[in-house]
Design a protein around this ligand. Structure first.
Ligand SMILES: C[S@@+](CC[C@H](N)C(=O)[O-])C[C@H]1O[C@@H](n2cnc3c(N)ncnc32)[C@H](O)[C@@H]1O
Length: 370
């Protein structure tokens, strides 16, 4: 009996060791297959082949071209560019599963000397060899890629995007059509060197309910908000209702962060864009004319607000749905109903403007129910 207890104990120890061994080996396999670092620019939804064909037609792809698809999925765009037009193709995706699938397709078609699939974050890719870039991401992701495209693409290169516009670019051509099975789509074509919007002539507010009147945050308070959120060059700061863009401009200027300002008032957008240009921050800060309620905030690591408590409440579901854990939300003067703040500052500026700043950290903001 004693002996069998000892044997049992040995068996348990051995089993525990085996389990630990497998967990360690398996986790390394998992790790090897993990997505490489980089934020999701869009979920995986392949472009229908009919639309791929139209995108390549619109870009007038030929055998002289090098086509980069940023977020290439199963590689269908670059494969068709090579197969149908003899172009060189480079597909980039940050998901190893997609890269594996695309590489297998390239091999199956015997296109290895024409098409390369790269496992990389699209934000990090050197696109300078491209003469054509294709996109099927989101408008906010296009905005994030824009500085790289403007910096590296040669004049005359073409950029085509399925369904999503590029804020601040003037399309050379836009197609609205539907496929045989009634998939409605839009394709935008821009030509580098011709894509810059002449001074915007936007007259009307985009549809959307007013979340707050325009009252700018004093610069001293902007500084405190960014400090409280510990903004760094790794951050992407979204200001929802950005007014003259001062918050995202300071985030970029002082901390090297990427900034995205959103306002539904064209006057504010125009003013903010002019300030961004004046400061030479076009590659760091994008100002979008959009209803803050409609904005995809998923690329943000920091969101700043100076609206009203009732407007914060309206934005809350989107923030909870799209922000990643660890993202910070800071609000000037107005609380977020039902959120537990990580920190609150009450202070006054040198000229006696009394203010409050709330900081919440996503993942830690839920109020325990009483
Ligand atoms: C109080 S100001 C804050 C400006 C800036 N964030 C700051 O702190 O200096 C509010 C801004 O929200 C904008 N706004 C109001 N409703 C909006 C909506 N539905 N979508 C986007 N912007 C909105 C206004 O045009 C205004 O510029």
């Amino acid at each position: 009996m004693k002996l069998s207890k000892k044997t049992e104990a040995i068996q348990v120890v051995v089993i525990v060791f085996i389990i630990i061994f497998f967990l360690i080996s398996f986790s390394s396999v998992l790790f090897a297959q993990d997505k490489i670092r980089g934020k999701s620019l869009a979920p995986y939804v392949p472009t229908p082949y009919e639309v791929v064909e139209k995108m390549l037609e619109l870009a007038q792809v030929s055998e002289k071209d090098t086509v980069y698809d940023l977020g290439c999925g199963d590689g269908r765009i670059v494969i068709m560019a090579a197969e149908k037009y003899g172009a060189t193709g480079v597909g980039v995706d940050y998901n190893p599963e997609r890269v594996k699938e695309a590489t297998a397709k390239v091999k199956e078609k015997g296109l290895e000397d024409k098409v390369t699939i790269i496992l990389q974050d699209a934000m990090e890719v050197d696109v300078s060899p491209a003469t054509v870039v294709t996109l099927y991401l989101l408008e906010s992701s296009n905005a994030l890629l824009k500085p790289n495209l403007e910096k590296y693409l040669k004049s005359g290169s073409r950029v085509v995007s399925h369904d999503f516009d590029m804020p601040g670019w003037k399309a050379k051509k836009t197609i609205h059509d539907k496929t045989e099975d009634y998939h409605y789509y839009t394709i935008y074509l821009w030509v580098m060197g011709e894509q810059k919007e002449e001074f915007q002539y936007i007259q009307e507010k985009v549809p959307g309910k007013s979340l707050a009147p325009y009252v700018p945050t004093p610069y001293e308070v902007v500084e405190k908000m960014l400090e409280l959120a510990r903004v760094s060059e790794k951050d992407t700061v979204y200001d929802l209702g950005c007014g003259d863009g001062r918050i995202v401009i300071m985030a970029a200027e002082k901390y090297g962060a990427t900034g995205v300002g959103v306002d539904y008032d064209p006057e504010r957008v125009q003013e903010a864009r002019a300030k961004v240009k004046e400061k030479g921050l076009e590659d760091k800060v994008t100002i979008i004319l959009q209803d803050a309620m409609e904005v995809d905030v998923s690329p943000a690591t920091v969101v700043t607000l100076y609206l009203l408590e009732s407007s914060n409440a309206l934005l809350k579901p989107n923030l909870e749905k799209y922000l990643k854990p660890g993202s910070r939300v800071v609000s000037h003067d107005f609380n977020m109903p039902g959120w537990k703040s990580k920190k609150i500052i009450h202070d006054k500026t040198e000229d006696y403007h009394y203010y409050t700043i709330y900081l919440w950290v996503i993942g830690e903001q839920k109020e325990e129910s009483k």
